[in-house]
Design a protein around this ligand. Structure first.
Ligand SMILES: Nc1ncnc2c1ncn2[C@@H]1O[C@H](COP(=O)(O)OP(=O)(O)O)[C@@H](O)[C@H]1O
Ligand SMILES: Cc1ncc(COP(=O)(O)OP(=O)(O)O)c(N)n1
Length: 284
């Protein structure tokens, strides 16, 4: 696959920011985002929204960060370090979403602003633990999605946000049209949960053109953090100045390889693995 150009040693690399929750098991959230950013050659900055008590079997606790502290992390990084793009993951509450939307307007993050924004609308963990409060859905729909450069829901999130159940290409297109009409510049409806398909088809739409990437489906239970990895890889590519379709092409190759080389961990679902970038190939 084609990689992003690395900064020469000693020079400041491209910067990006993840606005997300922590996963103590290291498989998803901030840990997954920073792993992909580092291995893609991008300096990752962090605004933590929530601390989760989480392992490979699920989430057993959540501690949210005060909204003004979330906004403060974003403001202090953008005004000093500067970032080329940002992504959101687990946001936990409506008050945190509102604080992010407000500070994004202040510092120039979002569609039609200098710093593109990838919104991964994380609503629940793969085990079904709620990661976004029900009361936050209005803020997500009415405030955050309208400032997204690209919004990247999985099919469960599509159903929660739009009410559309995606079962095939027609309903995937209908969902993308609906998400775009909510104000996102681009809508990406991920097909990882379309388990009947031999492919894992992701559909991107900007109000005019559909781009479908249907890479092979890899048969593994170890896919924890796939959505975070795709969104943070897109964020890295946007920070490098790539267009949204090219950022998706890069990110889709990146996540496919990361799923191919995922590994078992604990007693549950292991993480996807961008360490393929720096690992020895298997002996023949
Ligand atoms: N088994 C798989 N094989 C190949 N790609 C997959 C597989 N599962 C998910 N993907 C891809 O990983 C990314 C995240 O997908 P998805 O599972 O839909 O989201 P989430 O992790 O947010 O639930 C998408 O690009 C999707 O197509
Ligand atoms: C802290 C935290 N953030 C996000 C998630 C969900 O991650 P995602 O990449 O959507 O993957 P799965 O939950 O499907 O593995 C999380 N669990 N924790």
């Amino acid at each position: 696959m084609k990689l992003l150009p690395p900064a020469p040693l000693g020079q400041t690399p491209v910067r990006a920011m993840t606005i997300a929750g922590t996963d103590s098991g290291g498989g998803a959230g901030v840990a997954a985002d920073l792993r992909t950013m580092a291995l893609a050659g991008v300096h990752g900055c962090v605004a933590v929204t929530a601390v989760t008590v989480q392992n490979t079997l699920g989430v057993s606790g959540v501690h949210t960060i005060p909204p003004e502290t979330v906004a403060g992390q974003i403001r202090t990084v953008v005004t000093d370090i500067g970032i080329g793009a940002a992504k959101t993951g687990m946001l936990a509450t409506g008050a945190i979403i509102d604080a992010i939307v407000d500070v994004a307007a202040e510092v120039g993050i979002g569609r039609d602003r200098p710093i593109p924004l990838v919104v991964d609308p994380v609503c629940a963990s793969m085990h079904g633990h709620q990661l976004l409060a029900t009361e936050a859905m209005d803020s997500l729909r009415e405030r955050l999605i309208p400032i997204a450069t690209v919004v990247t829901p999985n099919l469960d999130e599509v159903a929660l946000i739009t009410g559309i159940t995606v079962v095939d290409q027609d309903s995937q297109r209908a969902a993308a049209i609906e998400l775009h009409s909510m104000g996102a510049q681009w809508a990406l409806v991920k097909g990882g949960h379309l388990r009947s398909s031999p492919f894992s088809p992701d559909l991107l739409y900007d109000g005019e053109t559909f781009l479908e990437l249907d890479h092979e489906r890899i048969d593994t239970p170890h896919d924890h953090g796939a959505g975070d990895t795709l969104a943070s890889a897109m964020c890295c590519a946007l920070a490098h100045g790539l267009s949204v379709p090219d950022a998706l092409r890069f990110a889709k190759d990146w996540v496919t390889e990361s799923i191919r080389w995922s590994y078992p961990l604990g007693a549950g679902h292991g993480p996807v693995n961008p360490l393929w970038r720096v690992s020895e190939p298997l002996p023949d």
